[in-house]
Design a binder for this molecule. Structure first.
Ligand code: PRP
Length: 187
């Protein structure tokens, strides 16, 4: 819940997705994915550092099928605020994913370039299947077509933070998604 007495109260313009809405959506996505993968031995969740950590932790606990978790750290070349589509792996998956059912867990799809690259990379490892679950997506800004099977919310193309999303590494821990005041990043 947005706390008007908190350290961030003067920095967040408004909440666009509340903590309750996030909780309900995680449960709904968990039910859908559990139904779709019912009977599967194991689903391998692939989270991308750092933004997906909050959603990964909640989503994994909302599933009723057995999972394993892998994390990758990726870095895109180019400026810090725009994806270039050229990605470098800083930390790779630890296990052999051939023949496994992979579910990529993302916090947000913006240009889509990170995920587009990642999906090609994962397909090359010969999994049994690959699907994507993303909590957020900014519609209309994707530069590539991304097949997102499970989506939480489409959100406006604004500077959002919280629930994993950062500005200069801050705000990831906020339990809601909010719009950052321009005064914070226009200093
Ligand atoms: C964010 C987010 C996605 C990616 C989406 O990560 O977590 O991975 O950007 O952007 P795209 O659709 O334009 O490729 P970021 O590179 O900011 O790293 P972070 O998760 O550590 O904040």
């Amino acid at each position: 819940m947005f706390d008007p007495d908190s350290w961030y109260a003067e920095e967040i313009e408004r909440t666009i997705i509340t903590e309750d809405e996030i909780r309900a959506k995680v449960a709904e996505l968990g039910d859908r994915v559990s139904a779709d993968y019912a009977g599967t031995d194991e689903v391998l969740l692939v989270g991308v550092f750092k933004g997906a950590v909050m959603f990964m932790a909640d989503f994994a606990r909302a599933l009723s099928v057995p999972v394993k978790m892998e994390f990758m750290a990726l870095s895109s070349y180019g400026s810090s605020t725009t994806s270039s589509g050229t990605v470098r792996i800083l930390k790779d998956i630890d296990s052999d994913v051939a023949g496994k059912h992979l579910l990529v867990v993302e916090d947000i799809i913006d240009s889509g370039l990170t995920l587009s690259w990642l999906l090609k990379y994962l397909e090359g490892l010969h999994p049994a299947s690959v699907a994507v679950v993303s909590m957020l997506r900014k519609p209309g800004v994707q530069r590539v077509d991304i097949p997102v099977k499970y989506l939480g919310f489409d959100i406006p193309n604004e500077f959002v933070v919280g629930y994993g999303l950062d500005y200069a590494e801050r705000y990831r821990e906020l339990p809601f998604v909010g719009v950052l005041k321009p005064s914070v990043y226009q200093k």
